[in-house]
Design a protein around this ligand. Structure first.
Ligand code: SF4
Length: 690
């Protein structure tokens, strides 16, 4: 079989992959040298993709209450029960919970059904756990959810700042590109802002090991240092932002962040003196009860310094998932409509005209954490979970399991036969997986790439969009879901982005609305906006050439805040959560590859050796990690990379690999008030010897 150019399904770097099915059925993969995200590079997870494509562990047939059923029967059962719940309790009693693993076409279909035809906005996604604070940050500053930069900027900058990002493990190919740039231009400075000494620090000129969650103080202080460079009235909100920053001199920042005065001063000096600078941020910033403000504290300094809209400049949020951006574009978040539209009357009316529906959701829906809380209270009685595993990944995951166990109707669209979440499902729809699916994804730099199929779909698996369309027909909305191919969905999505768009909506891919089936199949990676005047896409936003489509730029006044759950006498340690190098999310795929499991085969709690002595634990001991929320079991790993007083546990383990290995059982469901993103990064805990 010929090789197929497709895209890695793991992280938001969005690497191009060339995949081939060999005569013996094995799948070989290598990096796509033509893809502008990776130019042939792959990380260890991407390189092992071929080992994840077997049928073992797959959900191959529809099931009702654990028994195999036909597609007709499973869809009829789910639709009949959904209809009854909607008729009795109204559309707000049902919800969809989707995933950044879905392709854009799948996501578009699910959002259209819920917000356009069921008539509620209760569709949220695991991107809520990932990027929603970044979305709020961009919207407040730029008027739109628009990432201004490109990957090529990373290689052109003078000062590259990682904050809340262990890119060496979580976005490895980007890290490799940056490491190569640093090697080629040793004068390029790299700063890592992270409580832990991570692998990313290997290329750092300066590691600021700040107190957990204190990041905003560092950037508010930097804004104060930049205040003299700003012309009065340059940005909306400027006076308030500067007033909030006024008291934050270097001494106060150093005390707040637990850093040396000289290190803070050096960082500020570099930022002020370097012609270009980029700030890369991800979960360490977003997953915070003040995550949106942290994002705006970062954007503020780029606005104030003019380090924006030029090569090598800008604030750059790195998305966790392969299609978190695509989900944002189609309206996968409960507080937005399709194509980045909001719930303003004009947007609702516009969407109604385009979809030919009078049932468009009128108000924002429930966000991830509140959605599962509403299920627990019995207010949401049916949930359809697509391609994600909330029983592991949501905070307070024991409570999530209880909610699911009480829910009247749980449906899942899933690749894996057994997950922690599928245990609670009444109806299971077998979905196609990577290598079988056909559609598009958008990576961190707004680049739309094709995922192309190269494997036969096993069993009776179907595309997610097809399952949604079948459900829509049974719910009486069939005409609007009559697609035969993902190209038709993509073109509809692209047409909507340009529909009555007077240039004020940044997301615009109307230039792709007329793609034929052949052109869609052959689509090369392209960065949005893609319009009639910019048919080849747009590398950078906010430039002099592209200007800005959403109006004036704005600063946001930020008062630095620490995480809500802080150590005390009962729970004396900070607990930080994050990824490890060789695993992806809840391990349903990477956990099946022996060589990926070798890196860290067990859930471990990393602890500074001095703390270990005080706690009386040694390397390899089995301990309980206990918070006010719950507990997990982990093996002790001594690490000089940890700050004294702070622990680290990976987020990946699920009940199939370690019965009590779920770190999210410890995390409180505390969220950012603006974004609804949970504070998954920091929790207060104690250790208990077994
Ligand atoms: Fe896949 Fe991300 Fe690795 Fe690239 S860096 S190969 S997208 S996991």
């Amino acid at each position: 079989m010929n090789s197929v150019h497709t895209t890695c399904p793991y992280c938001g770097v969005g690497c191009g992959v060339v995949a081939q099915r060999e005569a013996n059925g094995a799948v070989s993969v290598h990096g796509d040298t033509q893809h502008p995200a990776n130019f042939g590079r792959l990380c260890v997870k991407g390189a092992a993709l071929g080992e994840t494509t077997g049928r073992q562990g797959r959900l191959l047939y529809p099931e009702i209450n654990g028994e195999r059923a036909s597609w007709e029967a499973a869809l009829d059962e789910a639709a009949t029960r959904l209809r009854a719940i909607i008729d009795t309790h109204g559309p707000q009693a049902v919800a969809f919970y989707a995933s950044g693993q879905l392709l854009t076409e799948d996501y578009y279909a699910a959002n259209k059904l819920m917000k356009g035809f069921i008539g509620a906005a209760n569709i949220d996604t695991n991107s809520r756990l990932c990027m929603s604070s970044a979305v709020v940050g961009y919207k407040r500053a730029f008027g739109a959810d628009a990432v201004p930069c490109s990957y090529e900027d990373l290689e052109q900058t003078d000062l590259l700042i990682f904050v809340g990002s262990n890119a060496a493990w979580a976005h490895p190919v980007l890290y490799q590109r940056i490491a190569a740039a640093k090697q080629a231009r040793p004068e390029m400075k790299i700063v890592v802002i992270d409580p832990r000494r991570t692998a990313t620090c290997d290329i750092a000129d300066l590691h600021l090991a700040l107190a957990p969650g204190s990041d905003a103080g560092l950037f508010v202080g930097l804004l104060n240092a930049l205040a003299g460079e700003l012309l009065p009235g340059r940005f909306d909100g400027q006076d308030a932002a500067l007033a909030a920053a006024r008291e934050w001199d270097v001494a106060r920042v150093a005390a707040f962040c637990g850093l040396a005065h000289s290190d803070v001063a050096r960082f500020y000096d570099w930022f002020l003196s370097m012609p270009t600078a980029m700030t890369l941020y991800t979960m360490g910033i977003n997953q915070s009860s003040s995550g949106s403000d942290k994002c705006n504290a970062i954007i503020n300094v780029h606005l104030a310094s003019g380090k924006l809209g030029r090569p090598g400049c800008g604030p750059f949020s790195l998305t966790g998932q392969p299609n978190a951006m695509g989900g944002r574009e189609v309206g996968g978040l409960a507080n937005q409509l399709a194509c980045h539209m909001g719930f303003e009357p004009a947007d609702i009316a516009r969407l109604g005209r385009f979809w030919g529906s009078e049932r468009i959701a009128q108000t924002p829906g429930l966000m991830a954490v509140e959605l599962f809380e509403a299920i627990g209270r019995g207010e949401v009685k049916a949930v359809w979970i697509m391609g994600t595993n909330p029983a592991v990944s949501l905070p307070d995951s024991d409570a999530v399991r209880q909610s699911l166990s009480r829910c009247e109707l749980v449906m899942i669209s899933e690749v894996a036969a057994k997950t922690d979440t599928s245990h609670f499902a009444h109806v299971r729809f077998p979905a196609q997986g990577w290598g079988e699916k056909n559609g598009t994804v958008t990576n961190s730099e707004r680049r739309i790439s094709r995922q192309r199929p190269f494997l036969p779909a096993p069993g009776e698996t179907r595309p997610d969009w097809w399952i949604v369309a079948q459900m829509a027909r049974r719910l009486g909305a069939g005409e609007a879901f009559g697609w035969q191919h993902p190209q038709e969905i993509f073109c509809e999505h692209a047409a909507l982005s340009g529909f009555e768009n007077d240039g004020t909506r940044a997301f615009d891919i109307s230039g792709l609305a007329g793609l034929t089936r052949e052109a869609y199949d052959a689509l090369s990676p392209v960065q949005w906006p893609v319009t009639a005047t910019m048919p080849a896409g747009t590398a950078r936003l906010l430039t002099e050439k592209t200007g800005w489509r959403g109006g004036r730029l704005a600063m946001v006044a930020v008062v630095p805040a620490l995480p809500q759950a802080r150590p005390d006498a009962r729970y004396p340690f900070w607990l930080n959560t994050g990824r490890i190098r060789d695993q992806w999310h809840t391990m349903t795929r990477t956990g099946t590859v022996a060589r990926l499991m070798q890196h860290q085969p067990l859930p471990r709690v990393s602890i500074h050796p001095d703390d270990a002595v005080r706690e009386g634990v040694r390397e390899g001991d089995l301990v309980d990690v206990v918070s006010a929320q719950g507990f997990m079991v982990a093996w002790v790993a001594l690490s000089e990379a940890q700050q004294p007083g702070a622990l680290f546990v990976p987020m990946h383990w699920n009940a199939h690999f370690a019965t009590r290995g779920r770190v999210n059982a410890l995390v409180a469901p505390v969220c950012c008030a603006h974004s609804g993103q949970p504070e998954s990064k920091q929790t207060a805990v104690r250790l208990q010897r077994r």
